[in-house]
Design a protein around this ligand. Structure first.
Ligand code: FES
Length: 109
C-alpha cells in the first residue's frame, strides 16, 4: 500500500515453472482494506482492469473461472472486467482505476 493505492510489480504476472516462463493474464491482489482480493487483469493494448471480488448480490466472494467471474453462492456471473451478465446480481463489481508506470502498476482504491 502507498497511501490510497496498491503497488503491484508487472513481473508478478510471470511465473517460473520447471524453468519455463509462464505469463498469466490475471493475478489476485490482497489488500488491507478489503476482505476479498482484487482481480487484476491484463487487457489488450497494455491496459489493465481491477475489480473487487465481492458479489453485488449478497456479498459472497466471487471466484475467477476460465474467462469469467462466478459467484458460488447463488450463481451470479460477471465478465472479467466486472460487468454483470447473469443474476441474481443486478450490479457490476466495484472497479478501480489502474495506472502503469515502468515496471509497476498502481491500483487506485
Ligand atoms: S451472493 Fe453472489 S449471487 Fe448471491
Amino acid at each position: 500500500m502507498e497511501g490510497n493505492r496498491v503497488k503491484v510489480k508487472k513481473a508478478d504476472f510471470v511465473e517460473v515453472k520447471k524453468e519455463k516462463l509462464l505469463e498469466h493474464n490475471w493475478v489476485l491482489v490482497k489488500t488491507e482494506r478489503y476482505e476479498e482480493p482484487i482481480y487484476l487483469r491484463k487487457l489488450e493494448n497494455n491496459d489493465y482492469s481491477a475489480v473487487l471480488l465481492h458479489c453485488q448480490h449478497k456479498g459472497c466472494e466471487v471466484n475467477p473461472a476460465a474467462d469469467m467471474l462466478h459467484c458460488p453462492c447463488h450463481g451470479s456471473e460477471y465478465t472479467t472486467t466486472g460487468k454483470v451478465v447473469k443474476g441474481p446480481s443486478e450490479k457490476d463489481l466495484q472497479q478501480f482505476m489502474v495506472q502503469a508506470d515502468g515496471d509497476y502498476l498502481y491500483i487506485q482504491l
